[in-house]
Design a protein around this ligand. Structure first.
Ligand code: UT7
Length: 326
């Protein structure tokens, strides 16, 4: 008996050119490079210029992913799922702006909102649509201009985030359904709306008519992040019938090096298997997992046949994980 597997054929990422180091930030915010590095591992972040939107970054990452996959958007692509918290406009979905820019006229394009878990959510949704035959070739993007919703007077949050985008191209392929076969093997999503006040934006089209700014209880988020991400990793590997020893690469949401280290320790996974890029681009919310993924693919760490585990947690709370045979 055969099953449908969503096989990743290409990935790409994009960071806006403007680089802001901790030292530069410390000139306008009451902070230090030492504090930021020791508490978070972050050294720098990229900030989008005026006129650079989530769709601009998404398009740049998408073109690289499509080129690597050898997929022509105009003729081959029939689904775009774009994860963002910072869309170009309240509506239409930023995914449809990317769709038009790519010259894709058929299929469907829509946004997913799960904040920092956005990419894991978008990949899960795309995988489900491919498995049920609704689409054959999907582009999954995480793109954020998170700098637009930061309160630059709040040192507890503004030093933590950056802008960027990452994308993957998936194709529905017939498979014998073996663990060794390529494609998405298992996904698991969670949310807990009771945790709203720990991480939210104090605005929105309904509540205030403004976009608002990020508000966060850092320690509370930190504590839940480690517990939730370790738990969902265990769930997804159990669902696929593998163990953590079988996993070649853990690609976590890049929020804070201390969270990555604590989660790896709790899971008992070799720190050498954890892809870490938070030092280079800070927390880019929905873009952070595909940004880290792309770095590890392009530098040759992630190779065909490797077992890759992605996990993330964000406001809501939302959290989830995806296990993929590369
Ligand atoms: O994708 C999910 C998104 N969010 C996260 O993942 C964030 C999770 N939380 C964290 O990463 C950490 O909690 C933070 C990095 C946000 C904060 O680290 P912390 O070790 O939990 O520090 P804290 O919030 O307890 O603050 C310690 C001190 C405070 O001063 P006092 O009250 O001890 O005098 C803060 O005012 O550090 C101060 N502080 C800063 N000092 C210099 C807070 N932000 C800064 C700053 N520079 N930027």
């Amino acid at each position: 008996m055969t099953v449908i597997r969503s096989v990743i054929h290409g990935c790409g990422s994009y960071l806006p050119p403007r680089l802001v180091t901790n030292e530069e930030l410390a000139k306008t915010v009451d902070t230090t490079d030492e504090w930021i590095q020791s508490r978070t591992g972050i050294r720098q972040r990229h900030i989008a210029a005026d006129g650079e939107l989530a769709s601009t970054l998404a398009l740049a990452a998408a073109k690289k992913a499509l080129a690597q996959a050898g997929v022509a958007a105009e003729t081959d692509l029939d689904l775009i799922v774009l994860a963002t918290t910072t869309p170009d406009e309240t509506f239409p979905a930023t995914a449809t702006t990317v769709q038009a820019a790519l010259g894709m006229t058929g299929g469907a394009a829509f946004d997913v909102q799960a904040v920092c878990s956005g990419f894991v959510y978008a990949l899960t949704v795309a995988d489900s649509l491919l498995q049920t035959g609704q689409a054959r070739t999907a582009l999954v993007i995480g793109s954020e201009v998170f700098s637009r919703i930061l309160d630059w007077d709040d040192r507890g949050t503004c030093v933590l985030f950056g802008d960027g985008a990452g994308a993957v191209v998936l194709r529905a392929e017939e498979s014998a359904g073996l663990i060794s076969d390529r494609g998405v093997l298992a996904t698991k999503l969670h949310s807990d709306g009771r945790m709203h006040d720990a991480l939210y934006v104090d605005g929105g089209p309904g509540a205030t008519g403004t976009v608002g700014h990020v508000r966060m209880q850092g320690r509370e988020v930190f504590r839940h992040a480690v517990v939730n991400m370790a738990q969902v990793v265990e769930e997804v590997i159990a669902a696929a019938g593998v163990t953590l020893d079988d996993v070649d690469w853990l690609v976590p949401h890049q929020a804070n090096k201390r969270i990555l280290d604590s989660t790896a320790k709790k899971l008992g996974i070799d720190p050498g298997k954890v892809v870490v890029t938070v030092d280079l681009h800070a927390n880019t919310s929905a873009a952070s997992v595909p940004l880290a993924l792309d770095v590890a693919v392009q530098d040759g760490r992630i190779k065909r046949g490797d077992l890759v585990l992605m996990e993330a947690m964000g406001g809501g709370f939302t959290w989830g994980a995806c296990l993929v045979r590369w």
